[in-house]
Design a protein around this ligand. Structure first.
Ligand SMILES: Cc1cc2nc3c(=O)[nH]c(=O)nc-3n(C[C@H](O)[C@H](O)[C@H](O)COP(=O)(O)OP(=O)(O)OC[C@H]3O[C@@H](n4cnc5c(N)ncnc54)[C@H](O)[C@@H]3O)c2cc1C
Length: 436
């Protein structure tokens, strides 16, 4: 009987070290002027000593199993770590687990040839190169990647890629893009798509712009965290760049699933930290702000928000850690339902809690004097990226509904129960009738 909600003491010590590092060293980075915060090289320079500390603690790039070059922490430990790292947008990079590099390293770890791993995965893990994942297109529905149009045609020992992608996050600062393209339009997309490693300096690759978005409306192309629109105009790529080599032809969807599963759960883990940070702000304000004869904390409506938020966050945490445990035990493919549930539920909780925290702060919550408004804008995207809520709900509902058979009379209908009772308890019923 194994049913344990405790963290082992040695690992809890590591988590405590992380919490302290966040409060003492990482939160202050958020007070730097915006121009420094946006300057990735400057931030790398400032945070280099912190990265060294993280490495000394054995907490650097913990997302891969040991046989694939990582530390083998597994998803549960990673979940507990990401819950802390999610509190500040600076933290994942300082721990070598920032998206999209983590997902891309995982993809290369499971799908790339040894040569490709050495060339791209290891430098990614070492934080020496940056990457982006280039799948969504402006002209086809990203929620249904079977519709992708960007294609690669083989020409001798090369492939020629043509098409247009967008929302390639970090594309304009990346060294490589992992691009999902159609390599055989004559078969089902599940067998006709492949992934390529495309260096961003390849001839014909044009980063048109970073699309300004709700979370970063002032974003300038070339700053980190942008969502790039990318034109592939006869981009010639050696066959050696096809992820998985010969065996990788037609494997795009298999690889995408392997990448997106862990990526989604890592998002959900970080949302726990974001939600908790907003929640702490809400509670602090509730006990500090006096109005209409009492503190906000004493108003039942505010208490309702505090209680609802705590319950929602706990539910999200348990669902996330359970999904993580399921992945560790049964693998990502067998955990699609668990991952889908936490992807939309986690995004909803994040959004709800930040929204309530803003309301409790009134005008201050709406202002840029607090991080809540930017957290709110960023949280909105969580309901769209890595698959919109609706698609994940479809996955969940379909799987559940497969377990049910259509009936003419509902199973719980009184007449069916009566018949069952007659069959099972006939002697008592006969007795009851005889006594009338
Ligand atoms: C901040 C951010 C970062 C991103 N980063 C990346 C990245 O790095 N790489 C990358 O390739 N992509 C990235 N994306 C793109 C993202 O994956 C897509 O936006 C997402 O898959 C949805 O595709 P779409 O935008 O084309 O919406 P569409 O597919 O056009 O869907 C629009 C809406 O239709 C509804 N819908 C869709 N399907 C169904 C259904 N079955 N039932 C009911 N309603 C449905 C949903 O409400 C959905 O929001 C990012 C997006 C955002 C916002």
């Amino acid at each position: 009987m194994a049913w344990d909600f405790e963290t082992e003491p040695e690992f809890e010590e590591k988590l405590e070290w992380m919490r302290q590092l966040l409060v003492e060293e990482i939160y202050p980075l958020e007070g730097l002027p915006p121009e420094i915060q946006r300057d990735r090289d400057k931030i790398d320079e400032i945070t280099a000593p912190l990265k060294e500390q993280v490495k000394t603690q054995g907490l650097w790039a913990t997302h891969l199993p040991p046989e694939l070059g990582g530390l083998g922490f597994g998803q549960v430990k990673l979940g507990l770590m990401n819950e802390i790292l999610g509190k500040s947008s600076f933290a994942p990079r300082i721990f070598g687990v920032n998206a999209p590099d983590t997902g891309n390293a995982e993809l290369l770890a499971v799908g790339a040839t040894d040569e490709q791993k050495e060339k791209w995965m290891q430098p990614l893990l070492d934080g020496k190169i940056r990457s982006a994942f280039s799948m969504t297109e402006p002209d086809t529905a990203g929620s249904d990647p079977k519709l992708l149009k960007t294609n690669a045609v083989r020409d001798g020992d090369e492939w020629v890629i043509n098409g247009r992608k967008w929302f390639t996050s970090n594309g304009s600062v990346a060294d490589i893009l992992i691009s999902m393209v159609v390599t055989n339009p004559d078969v089902h997309p599940y067998q006709g798509s492949s992934m390529f490693v495309v260096p961003t300096d390849a001839a014909g690759l044009n980063i048109v712009r970073d699309v300004p978005v709700m979370s970063h409306p002032d974003h300038q192309t070339g700053e980190p965290g942008g969502h790039s629109e990318v034109v592939y105009d006869n981009v010639r790529i050696p066959h050696a760049n096809l992820v998985g080599g010969d065996a990788g032809v037609g494997q795009g969807f298999v690889l995408a699933q392997k990448r997106l599963g862990p990526g989604r759960i890592h998002h959900a883990m970080r949302w726990l930290g974001q939600s908790r940070r907003a929640f702490d702000m809400m509670c602090e304000r509730a006990v500090s702000r006096y109005t209409h004869g009492s503190y906000l904390a004493e108003k039942q409506m505010i208490q309702d928000w505090v209680a609802e938020s705590e319950a929602e966050m706990r539910a999200a945490r348990l669902l996330t850690l359970q999904a993580a445990w399921h992945m560790d035990k049964h693998g990502a493919s067998a955990s699609r339902m668990e991952i889908a549930i936490i992807k939309w539920w986690g995004a909803k909780v994040l959004y709800n809690v930040i929204d309530r925290a803003i309301q409790v702060h009134g005008a201050l919550g709406f202002s840029t004097d607090l991080p809540l408004e930017s957290m709110y804008r960023a949280a909105r995207a969580a309901r769209i990226y890595d698959g919109p809520d609706e698609v994940h709900k479809v996955t969940v509902a379909r799987k559940i509904l497969k377990g049910y058979d259509a009936v003419e009379v509902p199973s719980e209908h009184y007449t069916r129960k009566q018949a069952a009772a007659q069959e099972k308890f006939a002697e008592y019923l006969d007795l009851a009738t005889a006594n009338l």
